[in-house]
Design a protein around this ligand. Structure first.
Ligand code: FAD
Length: 394
């Protein structure tokens, strides 16, 4: 079988890319190791920047999202026992959309497979990429039904298989540079069957460690608790979790958090990496496969969509009009935003974690950064612009 494009991975990046190709009548196939049910339920991100939503809307992919997403216009920092609101929409004219990643993935699969009749193969095993430095690359995999190897010949491979996929590992080490950053901290990522306790995202900056509160839906709230890297989630029984959350997110004139059953509890070791360039021969990487951003600033899904827009438009321009400029510029165009978001995540990480570092110097400079956000309108605006992402027409 021969396809112009084989997309490896059905996350936000791969599915958005597949939809862009199908809308332009470019034939493609999406390969995914998991089942459809699994990817439609995998809980992860939930915060989308306005430019990303507009990019989905322009491509006919935001119908349900625009109907159902909550709009967030401000966030709140709690430190020193007080709450401080930062009205980022007032400062920038833009806002966030809160729409859980599983709902977005469900919409994108439905649009790609059921409406645009795109080819998607779930449950594939042992995906391998071949001959990427030739103009006749191929992708092989083991078919779950027959157990036989299948080979798909193609013009291009899109590596959208996330941080633990196969595409990045196929790159010859001498042809790419991988920049890594390890924050040396962990976050206990929690999903609680409890309504949000605030109408906005809340960041608790506390000497015991960072805590975060993020609405996901009227019934479910995501919480984060800073913990040692590699900590065992079993060290965090429900009582301990809620006691720490109440303490770290507590502030004057604020009712206690509404508690509920924990339906997800896992430890994330905070680290980032960036692959440069994001292309090798006929392979183009997109999303977490190319750059991992710890969920510190809620940027990963937004970057995955940015890549999918750029790469989708570039592949369509090449395959339908022979215009290769988008493909040539793809890596550099993506990396500008990637590095900007990496830098912001690093800045914000110090704000979140400096107070609990045990180092009085870092604690002092962290509090100075925080106070500046609430005393200098230009500092608040600069924060708001970075928190919402640079405006992009993609
Ligand atoms: P993925 O979503 O990882 O998709 C890759 C797909 O490829 C998966 O379906 C995987 O099963 C499949 N795959 C893997 N290997 C193979 C293979 N060999 N062959 C075929 N398929 C394969 N981002 C935000 O913007 N905002 C947030 O608030 C936010 N919160 C987060 C909270 C948590 C707890 C986590 C873990 C992440 C969060 N993120 C957030 C990050 C966000 O979820 C990711 O950046 C996003 O999923 C990246 O999309 P992707 O399509 O690049 O990769």
């Amino acid at each position: 079988q021969r396809f112009p494009v084989v997309v490896v991975g059905a996350g936000p990046a791969g599915l958005t890319l597949g939809n862009i190709l199908r809308a332009a009548s470019v034939d493609c196939v999406v390969l995914e190791v998991e089942s459809r049910e699994f990817i439609e339920q995998r809980p992860r991100a939930g915060v989308l920047e306005e430019w990303a939503v507009r990019g989905l809307e322009r491509r006919g992919l935001a119908g349900n999202l625009l109907e159902r997403a909550q709009v967030h216009t401000q966030c709140e920092f709690r430190f020193g026992g007080q709450r401080h609101r930062l009205p980022y929409a007032e400062l920038t004219g833009q806002h966030h959309f809160v729409y859980p990643q599983p709902l977005l993935v469900t919409d994108l699969v439905r649009e790609y497979a059921d409406i645009r009749a795109g080819d998607i193969r779930f449950g594939v095993r042992d995906v391998q990429l071949h001959d990427l430095d030739t103009d006749r690359p191929s992708v092989s995999y083991t078919c779950p039904e027959t157990g036989r190897r299948q080979v798909l010949h193609c013009d291009f491979v899109a590596g959208c298989d996330g941080a633990r996929g196969v595409a990045r590992t196929t790159l010859p080490p001498e042809r790419v540079r991988i920049a890594r950053h390890d924050y040396g901290i962990g976050w206990l990522a929690l999903l609680a069957e409890a309504p949000p306790s605030s109408d906005c995202v809340v960041f608790g900056i506390h000497p015991r460690g960072f805590a975060g509160h993020m609405a996901r839906s009227p019934q479910v709230t995501r919480y984060y608790l800073q913990c040692p890297p590699g900590d065992d989630p079993e060290n965090w029984p429900e009582d301990r979790v809620w006691a720490e959350l109440q303490e770290r997110l507590g502030a004057a004139d604020t009712p206690p958090l509404t508690e509920g059953r924990l339906i997800e509890k896992r430890v994330l070791d905070m680290h980032n990496h960036v692959v440069e360039p994001m292309a090798y021969g006929r392979l183009f990487l997109a999303g977490d496969a190319a750059h991992l951003t710890a969920p510190i600033a809620a940027k990963g899904m937004n970057l995955a969509l940015h890549d999918a827009f750029l790469l989708g438009d570039a592949l369509v321009a090449y395959l339908t009009e022979g215009d290769a400029s988008g493909l040539h510029g793809y890596s550099a165009d993506s990396l500008g935003r990637v590095w900007d978001y990496q830098e912001f995540s690093q800045w914000l990480s110090e704000v979140y974690h400096g107070t609990a570092s045990g180092d009085p110097y870092r604690a002092g400079t962290t509090l100075a950064r925080l106070r500046r956000l609430f005393t200098s309108p230009s500092a608040a605006t600069a924060f708001a612009e970075q928190y919402l992402g640079m405006e992009a027409t993609v």
